[in-house]
Design a protein around this ligand. Structure first.
Ligand SMILES: C[S@@+](CC[C@H](N)C(=O)[O-])C[C@H]1O[C@@H](n2cnc3c(N)ncnc32)[C@H](O)[C@@H]1O
Ligand code: SF4
Length: 388
């Protein structure tokens, strides 16, 4: 029988950005319309109330403001959302509250007010230590802006992370090594290093398809990935997820919990959640279009467009998919027990598992299953073949 967890992770989505980056397929929008902050506050509050009515008493272990660019949210709005969460549920005494921020000057000015409102962890979209790369990525900040934002963030928040994107056209091992060393010099407890992916529907998708640029060859990309591991691990930033590195005990609690398969609730346009109700798992997805989401919630309707029961087998497959991203892997026995799944043969392809183990791409010990360092660069291929 599924146990209703007392603790929950909460994701809050803010969908607006100053500019749409050409590689980004997140639910992010540029709007010319004025944003009525009072309306947005009412809508978020209504949605939190609606979720609380369904979920009942909970302790919130983590809140993640993601986007879009949530650092553009007026601090008063963020404060209003946090007050409502605190009113409807309990805050865990060591709650982690993360906010994603872009390094523009508008946002830096808000950092200390956001901290006062309750944010205690900042994740900065630094992206690159090379101005040409920032230009290619369509960012509206320079390396200098990034460094300034990082310095300000580190003076204000105890926990700061930043994102980097690598695997850009013409990027070679020497160039990435230089960037990584610069990153290490100024890093705090956490770095996310993402390989550029070309997502359908983005500007880069069309440009790449029309051969307007090329990505580095596979061999170079593999070298860049391995170099990231090597240099960051050497600086005590240990890989804990395929693209995430942290000092010991400084991992992002929110993301870690979600990857491990904990219950989480999503608030805001396009947010999704996985929730246990009456001993069953539910997948829940909010309207993505900001205006539709807003209007539904102003009418006091929880803006889900999708709230569907999922079987324990489906949930086990999802958890396997996300927890294999973790270097620690998945405690199969425990996870499957909780979901009353008797045989892993319903979830995993036995033959593929055997092959991957023989090739040293996957390791199994006691009840743990984990992808090896050799396997991580082809994680998507492995999970595609492995999970039924
Ligand atoms: C929700 S996004 C953005 C947060 C913030 N608005 C920003 O741009 O800094 C989180 C991170 O995902 C990464 N990302 C987004 N799209 C990507 C792509 N196509 N390839 C690689 N990394 C990507 C970027 O590093 C980005 O900082
Ligand atoms: S990468 Fe960040 S700033 Fe750029 S469009 Fe996506 S969410 Fe907005």
């Amino acid at each position: 029988m599924l146990k209703n967890n007392k603790e929950i992770a909460l994701y809050v989505h803010w969908p607006y950005c100053l500019k749409k980056c050409p590689y980004c397929d997140f639910n992010s929008h540029v709007t010319k319309l004025p944003i009525d902050i009072n309306e947005w506050e009412i809508a978020y509050k209504n949605e939190i109330e609606a979720e609380q009515n369904i979920l009942g008493k909970k302790t919130v272990r983590s809140i993640f403001f993601g986007g879009g660019t949530p650092s553009l949210m007026p601090p008063k709005l963020l404060e209003g959302i946090l007050n409502q969460v605190n009113k409807k549920w309990d805050f865990s005494k060591n709650i982690e509250i993360t906010l994603e921020a872009n390094p523009s000057s508008v946002e830096i000015k808000n950092f200390s007010t956001l901290k006062k409102a309750g944010v205690n962890r900042l994740s900065l979209g630094f992206q690159s230590f090379n101005n040409n790369s920032l230009k290619f990525l369509g960012r509206n900040h320079s390396v200098k802006n990034g460094l300034k934002a990082l310095e300000t963030a580190k003076n204000i928040f105890k926990r700061v992370s930043f994102d980097l994107i690598y695997g850009l056209p013409d990027q070679n091992e020497k160039m990435w090594e230089k960037e990584l060393n610069e990153a290490i010099q100024i890093s705090g407890e956490h770095i996310s290093a993402y390989q550029l992916t070309i997502e359908k529907g983005t500007t880069f998708y069309a440009l790449y398809r029309d051969r307007k640029f090329e990505l580095p060859p596979e061999r170079t990309l593999l070298n860049l990935y391995n170099m990231t591991d090597e240099l960051l691990n050497h600086a005590n930033l240990e890989k804990y997820e395929v693209s995430n590195y942290a000092f010991k005990n400084s991992e992002c609690i929110h993301n870690y919990k979600i990857w491990q398969g904990s219950e989480y609730c999503g608030i805001g346009p396009g947010a999704h959640g996985r929730l246990i109700l009456d001993n069953k798992w539910y997948a829940n997805h909010k309207f993505s279009a900001p205006k539709i989401w807003l209007n539904k919630n102003l009418q006091k309707k929880c803006a889900s467009y999708f709230n569907k029961e999922i079987s324990n087998i489906e949930r086990a497959q999802e958890i396997l998919l996300t927890s294999l991203r973790l270097t620690k892997g998945i405690d199969i026995k425990n996870t499957f027990n909780k979901l009353s799944i008797n045989s892993k043969n319903n979830i995993l392809n036995k033959n593929e598992l055997r092959k991957f183990k023989e090739l040293n791409l996957i390791e199994e010990n006691d009840s743990f299953l984990k992808v090896t360092n050799k396997g991580f660069p082809i994680l998507n291929y492995i999970t595609n073949k492995l999970i039924l």
